[in-house]
Design a protein around this ligand. Structure first.
Ligand code: CP
Ligand code: NVA
Length: 309
């Protein structure tokens, strides 16, 4: 690993480091009970630091949580929209990385093409954090692991199920399954299977990853059922996806095949009546707002790790 602590993808970071980041997140979360949201951490790990956040796609949680995280760590943020930067007029990512490195202390980027993230990291002299690409969403999955463990205890050896599109979230969950040692069953239509490369990566590490087209089989006795939107940001074939994914809706009848005390997770934003029914997402098994809150605590621990490099 390079001396610069980039947070690009879970498979590029040692499992022990990911575990330490989660422990730090939980510790900071516990320490904030009763404090105002703007209260700054006593040790200010981002004191005098600036995080630039580039958004080439919309965001509610990622933007809010990184911004609040930096303030709570004693630092500041600059938010840049992709279409307002000169990259939109042809300036190279490499040059942009150098300019950002001269002005700020870390970069968080949400972009479609994962090559933009890689190129930024290769040319930056400061940490780069993946705030979602079309291929992965590692910060979200860290919050999901944290949430699972808060609700259900250690994740190692447990069975979780993914139902729906084999998308960016599915890839990061497969990474997490291998690195945190849990079993992951994915039910995806033939046309929307998870990336072959990530499945091969997991198989080479004896990951407990099982892919099926049958949602009932995937969720059987699972401790947690996870889904995501049928149409991710930037996907153009909405009508086809709705048709193919209709049998993959997470509803009460599907949840009844999971373990009796199974929880439901969704990274949000959700579309009630599509990938999940309101009964499930607004019901007692849903932990979606805990996941969303944990984005903040995880983001802080990721930033603290990046800055301590
Ligand atoms: N889950 C998530 O990343 O949400 P946003 O798209 O709102 O950032
Ligand atoms: N798969 C979704 C996740 C949103 C947080 C998307 O890429 O739009």
């Amino acid at each position: 690993m390079s001396a610069i602590r980039h947070f690009l993808d879970l498979d590029q970071i040692p499992a022990e480091t990911l575990r330490r980041i989660l422990e730090h997140a939980s510790k900071m979360k516990a320490g904030r009970k009763g404090l105002p949201k703007g209260a700054v951490e006593p040790d200010r790990p981002a004191k005098d630091r600036i995080l630039a956040m580039i958004f080439e796609k919309p965001s509610t949680r990622t933007r809010l949580s990184f911004d609040s995280a930096m303030r709570q760590l004693g630092g500041a943020t600059i938010i840049l929209r992709g279409d307002e930067l000169q990259v939109g007029r042809g300036e190279s990512i490499a040059d942009t990385a150098k300019i950002l490195s001269a002005n700020v202390d870390a970069i968080m980027i949400r972009t479609g093409n994962p090559k933009v993230l890689t190129e930024l990291a290769e040319n930056a002299t400061i940490p780069v954090i993946n705030g979602l690409t079309d291929d992965s969403h590692p910060c979200q999955v860290m919050a999901d692991v944290m949430t699972f463990e808060e609700k259900c205890g250690p994740i190692r050896g447990r069975k979780l199920a993914w139902v729906g599109d084999g998308n960016n979230m599915a890839t990061s969950l497969i990474h997490a399954a291998v690195l945190f040692g849990f079993r992951l069953d994915l039910a995806c239509p033939e046309e929307l299977q998870p990336s072959k490369a990530v499945l091969q990566w997991a198989a080479a590490r004896q990951g407990q990853i099982y892919v099926t087209t049958d949602p009932v089989k995937a969720v059987a006795d699972a401790a947690c059922v996870i889904t995501d939107t049928w149409v991710s940001m930037g996907m153009k074939d909405a009508e086809r996806r709705h048709r193919i994914l209709a049998p993959y809706q997470v509803n009460d009848s599907l949840m009844n095949h999971a373990a009796k005390d199974a929880i439901f997770m969704h990274c949000l934003p959700a579309h009630r009546g599509e990938e999940v029914t309101a009964d499930v997402i607004d019901g007692p098994r849903s932990v979606v707002f805990d996941e969303a809150e944990n984005r903040l605590h995880v983001q802080k621990a990721i930033l603290a790790w990046c800055f301590n490099g």
